[in-house]
Design a protein around this ligand. Structure first.
Ligand code: ADP
Ligand code: MG
Ligand code: ZN
Length: 208
């Protein structure tokens, strides 16, 4: 496969995959290389993610790089003023405006590298990630090691007391290591379909 970065102007790269697949590591690696090349770089991450350290991105293996916590996606634009390369970690937690922000920055000539979960614990597309993936020039889908069988994990299993989390649970729950596992398609276990609030579709069906 031949891959070229655009020779002129900006562009969007997306690094996605399940938890533990090395997204943050890869983001940090790319940002470090840009720094070595003398470019001004900055990572923004959603403020919701206060695991470990608010002022750094820290990977599960302990790699770290400075990062700025940002409340809403639109604020990224002012935070990264003067930068040439903008990293966004945990992009799935940002509101939909993150897509417009990435496009704006790329159109202004910046290199944007967004890392995030492509799917949630239900294995459904996660927040703004599908649109980011569609709009990006360069996409990488990383795999983790399946906690069950050692195969190639593409999904994130959420566990509550060791059992698959119910389908209707909150999507966002920034998590402890013991509550999540990387799983392959075969080992992934969908949670029981119990939810406090019936989903919009099933409410409609019930009425008809
Ligand atoms: P992500 O940002 O995708 O959640 P990180 O970059 O934070 O991932 O962490 C990747 C690191 O996690 C790996 O280099 C490895 O040291 C560690 N790790 C722990 N569990 C696993 C697993 N099941 N599969 C792969 N790597 C794992
Ligand atoms: Mg990460
Ligand atoms: Zn498996």
């Amino acid at each position: 496969m031949i891959r070229n970065h655009p020779a002129r102007g900006g562009w969007i790269e997306v690094v996605c995959g399940p938890m533990f697949s090395g997204k943050s590591e890869e983001l940090i690696r790319r940002m470090r290389r840009a720094e070595i090349a003398g470019q001004r770089v900055l990572i923004a991450k959603p403020q919701i993610d206060d695991r470990y350290d608010i002022s750094h991105v820290v990977s599960h293996s302990g790699h770290r790089l400075r990062a700025v916590g940002v409340g809403e996606a639109a604020n990224i634009l002012s935070v990264v003023e003067g930068c040439q390369v903008v990293g966004i970690d945990e992009a799935q937690f940002f509101d939909d405006a993150v897509v417009e922000v990435a496009l704006t920055l790329a159109n202004q000539g910046l290199r944007v590298i967004a890392a995030g979960l492509d799917t949630d614990f239900r294995a459904e597309p996660f927040g703004p990630m599908p649109e980011l993936l569609a709009r990006a020039e360069i996409v990488d889908k990383l795999q983790a090691v399946c906690h069950r069988c050692g195969g190639a994990a593409t999904r994130t299993q959420r566990l509550v007391d060791g059992k698959p989390a119910p389908f209707g649970g909150d999507t966002i729950q920034v998590g402890a290591l013991d509550a999540y596992e990387a799983r392959c398609r075969q080992c992934f276990e969908p949670g029981p379909d119990v939810c406090a609030e019936p989903a919009a579709e099933s409410r409609l069906l019930a009425r008809n």
